[in-house]
Design a protein around this ligand. Sequence first.
Ligand SMILES: Nc1nc2c(c(=O)[nH]1)N[C@H]1C(S)=C(S)[C@@H](COP(=O)(O)OP(=O)(O)OC[C@H]3O[C@@H](n4cnc5c(=O)[nH]c(N)nc54)[C@H](O)[C@@H]3O)O[C@H]1N2
Ligand SMILES: Nc1nc2c(c(=O)[nH]1)N[C@H]1C(S)=C(S)[C@@H](COP(=O)(O)OP(=O)(O)OC[C@H]3O[C@@H](n4cnc5c(=O)[nH]c(N)nc54)[C@H](O)[C@@H]3O)O[C@H]1N2
Ligand SMILES: [Mo]
Length: 764
Amino acid sequence: MTEMMHNPESGGPSGGWGSVKSIARIIGDERPSPMVLEELARQNKPGGVMCVSCAWPKAVNYHPFEFCENGAKATISDLTSARCTPEFWTDHTVTALRDWKDYNLEQTGRLTHPLRYDSATDRYVEVAWEDAFEDIGKTLQSLPRESVVFYSSGHAGLEASYLYALLARTYGNNNLPQSSNMCHETTSVGLQKVIGSPVGTIVWDDLEKADAFFFFGQNPGSNSPRFLHPLQEAKKRGAKIVTFNPVMEQGLVSFVNPQSPVDMLTGRETQISDEYLQVRAGGDIAAILGLCKVLVEADDAALVSGAPRFLDVPFIDEHTVGFDSFIDLIRSTEWSTIEAESGLTEDAIRRAGEIYAHAERVIGVYGMGLTQHSQGALNVAMVVNLLLLRGNIGREGAGCCPVRGHSNVQGQRTVGIAEKAKLIPMDKLKSLFDFDPPTEDGVTIVDAVKGMMAGKIKVTISLGGNLVRAVPDQKAMENAWAQQDLTVVVSTKLNRSHLFPGTKSYILPCLSRLERDEQATGAQSVTTEDSFSHISGSVGKRTPASKHLRSELAIVTGIARATVAPSPTLKWDEWTGDYGLVRDLIEATYPDQFEHYNDRMFKPGGFYRGNAAHERVWKTEEKKAVFTTPKQLNALAFSDAEGRHRLVTMRSNDQFNTTVYGYSDRFRGIEGTRDVVLMCADDIQSAGLHEGQVITLVSDFEDGITRELPGLTVTKHNLPQGTIGAYYPEANVLVAIDHHDELSKTPASKAVPVRIQVKTHAAL
Ligand SMILES: Nc1nc2c(c(=O)[nH]1)N[C@H]1C(S)=C(S)[C@@H](COP(=O)(O)OP(=O)(O)OC[C@H]3O[C@@H](n4cnc5c(=O)[nH]c(N)nc54)[C@H](O)[C@@H]3O)O[C@H]1N2
Ligand SMILES: Nc1nc2c(c(=O)[nH]1)N[C@H]1C(S)=C(S)[C@@H](COP(=O)(O)OP(=O)(O)OC[C@H]3O[C@@H](n4cnc5c(=O)[nH]c(N)nc54)[C@H](O)[C@@H]3O)O[C@H]1N2
Ligand SMILES: [Mo]
């Protein structure tokens, strides 16, 4: 075990002084407002501001500082002193900017004015807000309803999101895909299918009571660092942590708490994972089946000896279906098959299985390492299978914990941003707003991209995000996006989606959540929902980056006023003047979840909107929790072939999705570049390569389309054989749009079939 924990390629423990230095570097780059420290001190506390970065929950008993390295970076980035004004475009054409890196686009600073693309000069020019709205409204009115998409990335608060969904539906479609369609849609669909909840089942108290955590493909050190604090506490009380991840991720190895003076001065590290199993990318189904096999064997032995059982038989009998068929598969699958599919040894799986069998209360944590596969939903169902065997859902200290991405990604779905009509209380909308809501399902992201490629989607409105850069098949997407009649992106910073304007194109710059939002009735607050389904109010205090900015809600209602036929029930202006009225509408639409919304929004830790599965009420078709018998033992849509590798597209801790803050992935010891391919020593050798060699990755997805990413430097890293890594979003040119989770259509970005080419273009 000690040998497995050794991580020679890493840059030291997560947290610690490295974290402080990393924040200091970003401060140097961005020269933010001097108020940044005050701002960080208010973060994630009642009456303060909810972090603009990820959706990790807010503690009820908060510490003096409740921010992490990434929250600090995102805050500093929003409060940068750099401005991208209309003058910027005198020196730059749109076409020339396509050669810029994501990092350099980000460094141009906050957008200050609404802009319209001028094709004659290939530049963006200033436009009046009302003129922009009028043109957008007229264009939308002239088009078939199904040809318009209303995308959102999970930033905007619940109030703006509710009205955005209402805009789409009163316009006439359910085309409301979201960033989660590339992320946790696998959870929304897959978890719903097996436990009747589209979101995780645990709450903060459970973190404090669990005695084991099983991590599958989630990387808290980079992506949800505030998670490391409850994990550190858990370790102190003797809880065990087991990790399944092909990459030896530093945040799951050890942690120095940057907010503990003693830890910082002594350099005291907390070892995080007791067992770290470097499963092959896509190998989790077999690995989890192995854990279940250990449990069943222990249970069989207990039956013989009369010792207490390991399976929670009363729970299984009362609450589940599908057990018999699953148990048959567990019994009939040979260890050799499990070893081959998972890439793990029986011994390693047995050690992890023993921890599971002897823990009273277990939380199963997962992230993109499970969701972004062809059989992502099956991955999720396997985690649920594992938990169900010992009744680890719906009781204290136990449950299922998908860790969500954007700060309000889960909440946007809660208040109606969804392409699936059946998820929406249409009758409520009909009675509240006196119209006939559209009944047909809208498009997912995959459908939207394919629709653009086929010329069927003619307009995309984006409430945040950077769709062109975030989706698969990026090269084809760039052309498809630019072929639309109209592209509108509501943004804080310049990004690649702005550089492929449709025939008409607008950039609409918005306030950051950190900024004061003054409307007719005074300063407004917004609300967001975290990964544990808690809703918290957020008050922006900083001076807006420009006096021309509008709030996301005001931009949504501006478009709505110009697009949707007037009606006495659609009070866009009144709602813009007082967000409390929008919260009343949300409460009227979802009374069970949002009772006394305006009164409860500043409750410490947020108010809980509830979750049936948490109470062991299963809203599945079967009205029970479902054991799923997997139809295959890996999560892939392809088989192994000579020279084919499984590419994991990964995040560094110096980026937030397509926003690149810098070139330091210190946890993985990679500095100064993102143009790398990470491989284990054996793979480098067997492919006849050497470290430092520059290669090209080519897609090996069998659809006859050539996809290439040249210029990657071979870099030795701690990975299992056959699994290699490269950074997202750069690697998106290699992902095929048709390569996605079968059930939810989430792109399969974690086991992309690729080959390695050297300069001579000979395939290896
Ligand atoms: N700093 C920072 N924070 C972020 C973000 C960011 O970009 N930067 N993005 C935000 C968003 S939108 C999201 S969704 C979350 C994403 O956060 P995570 O869910 O942690 O996503 P990733 O880092 O993409 O992948 C997680 C882990 O999966 C592992 N993995 C890859 N393939 C497999 C596999 O087949 N099996 C297993 N078991 N593991 C595998 C990878 O090695 C990686 O460590 O983070 C949010 N927070
Ligand atoms: N290959 C590969 N592809 C992936 C992934 C992967 O792991 N691998 N991950 C997927 C995942 S999990 C996700 S969530 C998607 C992310 O996809 P998106 O959500 O579309 O992308 P982001 O990079 O988060 O969007 C960044 C942009 O949002 C804007 N922005 C920032 N803050 C605000 C704000 O407060 N309001 C508004 N209106 N705009 C703001 C800025 O202009 C910034 O440029 O990418 C997916 N794509
Ligand atoms: Mo995400």
